[in-house]
Structure formats: C-alpha cells, structure tokens
Design a protein around this ligand. Structure first.
Ligand SMILES: Nc1ncnc2c1ncn2[C@@H]1O[C@H](COP(=O)(O)OP(=O)(O)OP(=O)(O)O)[C@@H](O)[C@H]1O
Ligand SMILES: [Mg+2]
Length: 376
C-alpha cells in the first residue's frame, strides 16, 4: 500500500499544501513545532478516521477556520488508485471515497492501513489500563468494521445502563425488565468484543514472541496475557463469552442497582506483558518496556499483512532518537523493501541513512513542505 499524493487545507498548522509525489522512504525533516507530527496525523486520519493524539475534532482545524480538508490518493497492492478524503468540521467529520460522500465515517475505516510508531507507544506497557484498551480497540477496529460497530453499541448501551442504574438507585424508576434488556444487549456486543480481543491477543503474542526474542538477542521470552473477567474457557466463541458476561451481570445485579453503576463488563479489560516470567510494567527497565512496545508494533505489521493481505504504511514519529544503535538497526532491517515509510526527525544525523537510502527528504517549516535533495 502506498500514498501517492496528499493535500491538506486548514489542517493544524497547514494552510494549504499539496504534495504530488512520495518515495518509498520519506523523511520529514524540521525543527520542533513545524508540523512534522501533524503531517503523520493527517495520513493516520485517512486510515482510521480518528487521530492518535486527540479526540477533539476542533483541534484539527487550523485556528480561525471553520473546516479542515485532507485528501490522499493511494495505491493498494493489487488494485487501482483510490482517493480518500476527510472533511473535518467543528461538530463532526465527513468521509469521501473517490470524491463521493459516504453515509458513515466507518466506510472510510480500513480502506488503507497504517501502523504508527511513536514515543508514546511506551504507554502501551506502562500507561493506564484505559490506554491499553484504547490501543487494542484501535488495532482491532482497523482490522474489522464489525468490531468497531460492536464497540459503539457497547459504549452506547453502557451509558444507557449507567443512567438507568442511577435512576433506580435514586428511586426514580424500577423496571428490572428494562435492565435485563440492556444487560442482554451489553453482553451480546461485549461477548463479541471479548472474544475478538482474546483472538487478537493470541495472534499478537504469536508474532511478538518471535520478534522480541530476536530483538533481545535471544535473551527474553515475551508473554502477553489478556486480563478479563471472562474465564478463558468462555472466550472460545462470541456466544460463550456472551453467556458468561450475562451471567456476571445477573450475579452483580443487586450490587449494581445499589451502587447505581455497572460493575461487570469488558470496560475493565487489561493486558499484561511478561518477560521471562516477570511483569514488565512493574519490574521491567525502561529499555525493556521500549523493546516490548517495538515488538508489538512490528507484530501489528505482520497481522495487517496476514488479515488484509496488504502492506501497511509505516509512520515513524521521532522514534530513532530514543533508540540505541542495536534497536535502530533491528528496526530498520525489519522493514521490508516494499513498505512505504514516513519518518519524522529534527536531524538527519539521527537516522542510519546507509540502510534506508535513498530517501525522499521533505523539509517541514512552519506548515510548509519543500522537496529537497539529500545534500541540499
Ligand atoms: N489547530 C491548529 N491551528 C494552528 N496551528 C496548530 C493547530 N494545532 C497545532 N498547531 C501548531 O502545530 C505545531 C506543532 O506541530 P507538530 O506537532 O507537527 O510539530 P513537530 O514538527 O512534530 O514538532 P516536534 O519536533 O516538537 O515534535 C505547533 O506550532 C502548534 O501550535
Ligand atoms: Mg512531533
């Protein structure tokens, strides 16, 4: 999968840019706060319809303007060119496929795939459980529109249920039948989500184990564990997970009504990373945590290749400066020739150019992008 051209209008600090040609390896070079990460964010938005930095669409629109526009043309591995567009308004986004407005944002999701590497990836290991759930959800959503759909249903129903539990607690209403209906709806979507998360983690571990072992010169065995209130026996199918979750809701019913909030459910799921038998989040060194996050990201590439039969576009946000030489070399060598890569950096010296030659260098200065030869 390749990005061929990109145009931005009133997006972040870009007033108007139009780039007609990219290479396989593209380096976005520039000082701090010039728009390098914004550029990657625009590509990411075309892939997922969501930013990796913010949930507030209004932040994406250049200050003083009403809407932002992102347009990109892509070639998928075995298909002709496709044009994706995203119009961002203060109160919502509209997706375009080959210039045609799409009824749903989800019609955009998964048309192209990207994998982003950024310094924040460390949070997958050491951040909050919410960060890890978000990571899992983004990854799964990019692979499966059904997952995204079930997640939306779950989140909406959970909100309804919590509102209703509060009313019951405060004695304003008491319709157990209505609560049962909500629980059934929740456990149906929740069962699917739990099953999908479990499948994904099994797959992720399969790849990450091998990659991590190589990355650490065969010193570290990585395990990834799904922490869910649903027992692993019940995670074998969406239906069994559904049943188990419904049983949990029923068991908790009285407490939930008393406290006025949902206690059971997949909104508490988490992941745990183990190296040679020890929990990385609690006992791992900074370098070990970084290695785990790199292994996970490299595994994502493999999973996308397998599931979507496409190579994803890689977005590397300023990560080389934080890696030692061994890990840099490992990373660069793992990227196959056919992958298209966008790398941001403040200094070309941070990069091992011998390996990633010949790059296209794009100089980013205050929301302007200029093509530049390597030595120029
Ligand atoms: N909505 C917006 N309107 C105008 N400017 C914005 C908007 N959002 C962000 N910016 C500007 O974009 C710049 C930051 O861009 P970006 O995060 O891409 O920087 P960067 O080149 O990646 O820098 P660094 O090397 O520090 O990571 C800041 O100057 C910020 O003020
Ligand atoms: Mg940046």
């Amino acid at each position: 999968m390749k990005l061929n051209s990109l145009s931005l209008e009133h997006f972040r600090n870009y007033s108007a840019v139009n780039i007609e040609k990219f290479g396989n390896v593209n380096i976005l070079l520039g000082n701090n706060a010039q728009g390098k990460t914004n550029f990657l964010e625009a590509i990411y938005l075309l892939a997922l319809g969501k930013s990796f930095r913010t949930n507030h669409d209004s932040e994406l629109i250049q200050s003083g303007n009403d809407q932002a526009l992102i347009e990109g043309t892509f070639t998928r591995d075995r298909q002709s060119e496709i044009k994706l567009g995203l119009k961002i308004k203060k109160h919502g986004k509209v997706a375009y496929l080959n210039q045609l407005e799409q009824p749903r944002m989800s019609d955009l999701v998964g048309q192209i795939n990207t994998v982003i590497f950024s310094p924040e990836d460390l949070n997958i290991v050491k951040g909050s459980p919410a960060y890890r759930r978000h990571y899992l959800d983004l990854e799964l959503a990019s692979l499966s529109p059904k997952y995204l759909n079930e997640l939306r249903i779950y989140q909406r129903t959970l909100k309804q249920k919590n509102q209703y539990l509060k009313m019951m607690r405060d004695g304003k209403s008491h319709d157990q039948l209505y609560l049962d209906v909500l629980n059934q709806k929740l456990s149906k979507s929740g069962g699917y989500i739990a099953w999908a998360r479990n499948q994904n983690i099994i797959e992720l571990e399969k790849y990450a184990k091998v990659i991590h072992f190589r990355l650490t010169q065969e010193k570290e065995q990585l395990q990834i564990i799904y922490l869910s209130e649903i027992r692993s026996n019940d995670l074998v199918s969406p239906e069994t997970a559904n049943k188990a979750l419904l049983a949990n809701f029923q068991k908790m019913n009285e407490r939930e009504v008393r406290q006025g909030i949902t206690i059971s459910g997949i909104q508490h799921d988490d992941l745990s990373f183990i190296i040679n038998g020890t929990n990385v989040a609690s006992f791992g060194s900074q370098g070990q945590k970084r290695s785990v996050s790199i292994s996970l990201k490299l595994s994502e590439i493999e999973i996308i290749k397998k599931v979507r039969k496409e190579t994803p576009i890689l977005l590397l946000d300023d990560i080389f400066s934080e890696l030692d030489q061994n890990r840099q070399t490992f990373l660069i060598k793992s990227f196959e020739k056919e992958l298209q890569i966008f790398i941001t950096t403040t200094s070309i010296n941070d990069l091992d150019c011998r390996i990633i030659e010949p790059p296209l260098i794009l100089k980013v200065t205050d929301g302007q992008v200029n093509n530049r030869s390597k030595d120029g």
